[in-house]
Ligand binder design. Structure first.
Ligand code: ME8
Length: 650
């Protein structure tokens, strides 16, 4: 009997300190896509996620909310599980570190470390970052702050247990060097070796006494086990580590442990060392992906800028959100999340490319063949051959990229087939062929090939966008034919049966109006039909709505410096400030009206949300407002009382 292929993938277990944001969803969506892909291609998969519920951070947050820690986390964990349901995260197990199955094993692991001499008792004096739950030495701090999250650290002095990290350091360096896949992407490997391992590993403090929300040290109840030792162990406790006949034996070592780059140190130094001390094999790959950033900086659960993934999934569908997350950012690199980028992806890739392909094809199948799939005749010309060859090659390429965790590349390969299929329609102009009944065979072949290509696309799409394929299969009339939805069905072109009844359904992804989406998502009420009508009439008379006016961000700006621009007689480069931290420069056509010196100190009206442009090679980031009149007269507009710079004008 052929040996069963297994695959174990994990996500970090998230702190239920607050609702998760779209950045946390990013890791989990990626892990889910990979897990689904492996299932689709014949692996027995175990996909683990969960929550990291102990530690000082959670205890403090619970206190701040006036709740017991357990009640506090229960609510957030319920929310997280709903989120994963909504995003179609098909995990095999969800571990909570407050569960007995986990706590008992962690206590045993700790005792074993102690008994075998890896853990000893001493006194810790140093710095602690509660948001990261991380210890730092004075030397590691940056400007007296946590080098990871740049927040305040706290000086702590406690009796504590320490783990002898240094004992395993060389073994770990050797392992990392000998196993290039262990830390991925490769750039992250050097960072770990050079910044942490080579300078010498300090022993790690692995217990705390100043709070009690944690797993007690079994033989010294004043201490709770350090939350990272507790949390990292989840990857094996959830499999039943230490229990005879558990799935641990089937699935460990993990194939892929997916994490954000922020927690690489914990996963590629502490975690493997704990495993070495337990005499267990190390995970095959720890992959540290990049950050999903907002234009204004990093996302975080505690910041208000966090974007609620449930709101996005409700409004745009979880498939669209999954597609965006997986496609937009090369996996491993940082990328920007913005509503504009998201809507653009929906409109281009999902509505124009995929949605159009399906709706055009099905419309033609209905119009020319009453929705009954015609029998194809022999391939005619290059375009048939090209389409069929690309379809047959794509599964292997998509698989290779997914195996290398290059998910964005996998999707981009899949989209080559989507685009090739659209091009096939344009090249063959079925609407012209349909004018002459003699072309019926050729027309039938084209429709058949398109349906088959769409079927290929839908099969490959399943791991990434789990809902859309079903919607496509319904239209292709094959929703009950599970054979045709299998990966193995992609080995042969022409599997869909002529005579199948197809029917055009709703558009998969209707095009969105970017401006309307941005307005609505920013909290403005959607314009209702009546007021929309009025606005349209008014626009014809040159009037604008209040809404339109409010899109212009007008401010009081203080001019702080002015320079002439060489070889531009009419232009001045003007530096202004809008409040304490917003400094801009603009190029203003006022050189004939003002001397640079007389402008400095003036408070003028300023348009602050104009797109930046370059004028004569000089960047201009806004506009000074001025009154003009006949006879080349011009006057800058100012406020008639002293107002602080940055004041809003409304
Ligand atoms: O660190 N972009 O939990 P956590 C991409 N409990 N990914 C992001 C992200 C962003 N902007 N923000 C967060 C913990 N993530 C520990 C883990 S594991 C044994 C314990 C993702 O709730 C990323 O994967 O702070 C990061 O590693 C994880 O969320 C951190 O989640």
């Amino acid at each position: 009997m052929a040996e069963e292929k297994t695959f174990y993938i994990t996500t970090p277990i998230y702190y239920p300190s607050n609702k998760l944001h779209v950045g946390n969803s990013y890791t989990t969506v990626a892990a889910d896509a990979i897990a689904r892909f492996k299932r689709l291609t014949g692996y027995r998969v175990w996909f683990l996620t969960g929550t990291d519920e102990h530690g000082q951070k959670i205890q403090l947050q619970a206190e701040a909310a006036g709740k017991e820690p357990r009640a506090f986390v229960d609510e957030i964990v319920a929310w997280i599980k709903e989120l994963w349901d909504e995003l179609d995260i098909d995990y095999d197990d969800f571990i909570r570190t407050t569960e007995t199955r986990h706590k008992e094993k962690v206590a045993k692991i700790f005792t074993r470390f102690y008994e075998q001499g890896d853990i000893y008792k001493d006194k810790y004096e140093g710095w602690y970052c509660t948001p990261c739950e991380a210890y730092w030495t004075e030397r590691q701090l940056v400007d007296c702050k946590c080098p990871d999250c740049e927040r305040e650290v706290e000086l702590i002095a406690e009796e504590a247990y320490f783990f002898r990290m240094s004992k395993y350091a060389q073994r770990l360096i050797d392992h990392i060097e000998a196993n290039p896949d262990f830390i991925q992407p490769p750039s992250r490997k050097n960072e770990m070796i050079n910044n942490f391992l080579k300078p010498g590993l300090e022993d790690l403090c692995v217990s705390r006494t100043s709070f009690d929300w944690g797993i007690p040290v079994p033989f010294d109840q004043d201490h709770v086990i350090y939350v990272w030792l507790d949390a990292l162990s989840n990857y094996i406790t959830a499999l039943g580590y230490g229990e005879k006949g558990s799935i641990y034996e089937t699935f460990w070592p993990a194939d892929v442990q997916l994490i954000g780059k922020d927690i690489l140190r914990f996963h590629t130094i502490y975690w493997p060392i704990f495993l070495m001390a337990l005499d267990q094999p190390l995970p095959k790959t720890v992959f540290g992906h990049g950050w999903l950033m907002l234009q204004e900086g990093k996302m975080s659960k505690s910041k208000e800028n966090a974007i609620d993934p449930r709101v996005l999934a409700d409004r745009y569908s979880s498939d669209a959100l999954r597609y965006f997350l997986l496609r937009e950012i090369p996996f491993g690199q940082d990328g920007i999340f913005s509503l504009e980028n998201f809507i653009t992806r929906i409109n281009t890739d999902l509505a124009n490319d995929l949605g159009n392909l399906v709706s055009r094809t099905l419309t033609m199948a209905e119009r020319y063949f009453d929705g009954v799939l015609p029998e194809p005749s022999a391939a005619d010309g290059n375009t048939d051959q090209e389409l069929c060859s690309l379809a047959l090659e794509t599964p292997a390429t998509v698989e290779a990229y997914t195996d290398q965790l290059k998910i964005s590349d996998a999707l981009s390969e899949l989209w080559k087939l989507v685009k090739r299929s659209n091009k096939y329609i344009d090249e063959n102009s079925p609407w012209d062929l349909a004018k002459d009944p003699d072309n019926e065979d050729r027309l039938g072949t084209i429709i058949y090939n398109l349906i088959e290509s769409i079927r290929f696309i839908a099969v490959m799409l399943q791991p990434f966008m789990p809902r859309t394929p079903e919607r496509i299969w319904v239209q292709l009339g094959i929703s009950d034919d599970h054979e045709l939805q299998q990966w193995s069905s992609l080995a042969r072109w022409g599997a869909v049966k002529p005579g199948t009844v197809v029917s055009r359904g709703d558009d998969l992804f209707p095009r969105l109006n970017m401006q309307a989406e941005i307005r609505e998502m920013q909290g403005d009420k959607p314009a209702d039909k009546d007021t929309e009508g009025v606005a349209e009439e008014d626009m014809q008379e040159g009037l604008i709505s209040l809404d339109q006016f409010q899109q212009v961000d007008l401010r009081v700006a203080e001019i702080v410096a002015v320079e002439k621009i060489p070889k531009a007689d009419k232009l001045l480069k003007v530096e202004v400030v809008l409040g304490d931290s917003d400094k801009r420069q603009v190029v203003a056509g006022i050189a004939e009206h003002y001397q640079p010196d007389e402008l400095v100190g003036k408070h003028v009206l300023f348009v602050s949300n104009l797109k930046p442009v370059k004028l004569r090679g000089v960047l201009s980031q806004g506009m000074l407002l001025a009154a003009t009149a006949e006879g080349n007269r011009l006057a800058l507009t100012t406020v008639d009382r002293d107002m602080p710079s940055g004041s809003r004008i409304s």
